[in-house]
Design a protein around this ligand. Structure first.
Ligand SMILES: [Zn+2]
Length: 219
């Protein structure tokens, strides 16, 4: 099984690439946010403790985040995993590395290299599906607000957190967080020029991973 780690600022195109890998090759998306929401919804012990942290505005300890992510992964099988927004800390990176070894996974680390200006330009046209979390560019993909999602049929909405100020803040946080992680992975990191059409970026990723169209579910 392959495991793909996509590192990139919010709006750098991770979501789009994740969607493509899942659609074409049957990868399973691993998103900390999704897992946390599910645990809270299901009222699990972890979910309860997480909700408590959120209610008090305290930062969730890394251990809790890791426990949540990895307890969910033990049930997952399939072609591979795409980590979208994880790891965000050095401890998470260490745990993930251990998981790769334990599960004998072929790990690929990609960094989406984009400037804030790139993201700003892109975000103006970004829409997303609340049903399956797919992200589209209304200009490039022709998916407009209010239209049906091409993947799941849910009505497309704007992402509410896409204001420039919020984006700037999240970009700065990402820059700060990613440095120790990049240092940890060293020359294992494939740097992807992110400010290109999604299909070009995708070609880059699949080539690096030696994924060919022949393996694709759609072929
Ligand atoms: Zn959808």
């Amino acid at each position: 099984m392959d495991a793909v780690v996509l590192l990139g600022a919010p709006g750098s195109g991770k979501g789009t690439q994740t969607g493509k890998l899942c659609d074409d090759f049957g990868f399973h998306r691993v998103s900390t946010g999704d897992i946390i929401r599910a645990e809270i919804r299901d009222g699990t012990l972890l979910g309860k403790s997480f909700a408590q942290y959120q209610a008090t505005g305290m930062l969730v300890p890394d251990d809790t985040v890791c426990e949540m992510v990895f307890s969910n992964l033990s049930r997952i099988d399939g072609r591979g995993l795409v980590f979208d927004g994880f790891p965000r800390t050095l401890l998470q990176a260490h745990r993930l590395e251990r998981f790769f070894v334990e599960r004998d996974l072929r790990g690929f680390i990609f960094l989406f290299d984009v400037t804030f200006e790139n993201i700003e330009n892109r975000i103006v046209n970004r829409v997303s599906c609340p049903g399956c979390n797919s992200v589209f560019n209304s200009r490039v993909d022709g998916v407009e607000i209010g239209a049906a999602c091409p993947r799941c049929g849910t009505r497309i909405a704007v992402r509410q957190d896409d204001t420039i100020e919020v984006l700037r803040h999240r970009y700065d946080i990402f820059r700060r967080e990613v440095d120790p992680i990049l240092e940890f992975y060293g020359d294992k990191v494939h740097v992807i020029a992110g400010n290109r059409p999604a299909d070009d970026v995708y070609l880059d990723i699949t080539e690096q991973m030696n994924l060919s169209a022949l393996d694709s579910r759609n072929s």
